[in-house]
Unconditional design. Structure first.
Length: 90
């Protein structure tokens, strides 16, 4: 009988810096702000589910000035919120 070894896939959670870098790539029009639509498309590209709901909640949480978009000053709050979802790399 032959033994077969299975390795468990290890997932490493992203750091805040990695999350901020990832989020900044979602700014597809280059205006320095992440809109709800850009965030939704970016989250979908990561393979997450319920992206409309997640994007809406994330913008509501991180948008300090209420303009409906996430600016460079607000991206730290967005990164904190997104880090709670447990996005990881494997």
């Amino acid at each position: 009988m032959r033994k077969v070894w299975c390795l468990k896939q290890v997932e490493t959670p992203l750091t805040d810096g990695q999350i901020k870098g990832l989020l900044s790539k979602f700014d597809t029009n280059g205006d320095g702000k992440i809109s709800r639509r850009e965030l939704r498309a970016g989250l979908r590209s990561l393979g997450l589910r319920f992206v409309t709901f997640r994007a809406m909640g994330a913008v509501r949480y991180a948008d300090a000035n209420g303009d409906g978009v996430i600016s460079d000053q607000e991206i730290n709050e967005l990164a904190k919120y997104v880090s709670k979802w447990g996005i990881s790399v494997n």
